[in-house]
Write a protein that binds this ligand. Sequence first.
Ligand SMILES: [Mg+2]
Length: 337
Amino acid sequence: MASVVSTAATGSLIGLALGDALGYPTEFKSVPAIEAAYGPWRGLDLPTPAYITDDTQMTLALARGLRTAMERGPLDAATLEPPVRGEYVTWWRSPDNNRAPGNTCLTACRLLSEPGSPWAAASRTGSKGCGANMRVAPIGLAPGLTDQQRAGAAQLQSALTHGHPTALAASDLTAWAVRLLAQGADPAELPRLLRTYVHAERTTYHADWLGDLWQRAGAASPEAFIAYGWDECRGALDRLDAALRNPDPEADPCLATGEGWIAEEALATALLCFLLFPEEPVTALRRGAVTAGDSDSIACLAGAFAGAHLGADAWPAAWVDRIEHRDELLSFGRLWD
Ligand SMILES: [Mg+2]
């Protein structure tokens, strides 16, 4: 299952890091405050040095864990969980973990660090923060996975920290969007393709991957548990479609699809930034970074989509040259392209 876009993995991984770094200084600021500090949004420049945040750090943690799992054998919960858990805990302990990390990840990783405890005991089943889908792109980029493996892995990597059904569904849907674009999907068709996926997956509970998570969350049934998450994702796609019917590139995208602190809004607002400018990747990144909401995560996901669609050539060489973790991002790109 090689990608149709020949350098999709490289483009997507570099794009997400560039978006993350572009949005790092603008997170927690209103659009007027950002433009007062940095000028009109269409001219926003990548900072020097170009530091990334927890979004890229955790994407790399997932990428390392996924690579280890795939080296050990066919991807399933038993091969994926130990190395990804280990990488998340390593991230949590790292002195570089000072880039405004999310509380859900900090709490869950502390619990994951306890030897012998089941991962599900660490899972924050009440949290649907965007911390799980902001890091999921590697699952959509790694070649050779079946649809079941991709979906199960996307949801399990979320569940290690964010066990809310909407975090699981949004992670699965984000990985699928990356996969579709890497496979050459037309961006104009993307919302419809994602809606089809939501409909097909609505009551699929991946028990082989998620175990008894639904019971720990207090749901009435596995199907009811996961359907709640897919229904919230469908609502976010509804808002995306409405925004795309009357597009306003100059308005803050957060006004249409939400500020992105939560998973389904981060996905919808990042998709909006990408789909407003599907052939202008740098403009899509800038639109994501100049937002009132979770600017680094919105721009990070917009960059993952734009890079999967356009490949490595999407990005200015001067930006790629100075992005933090460039060499490791490029090494995963070479591995998966
Ligand atoms: Mg961040």
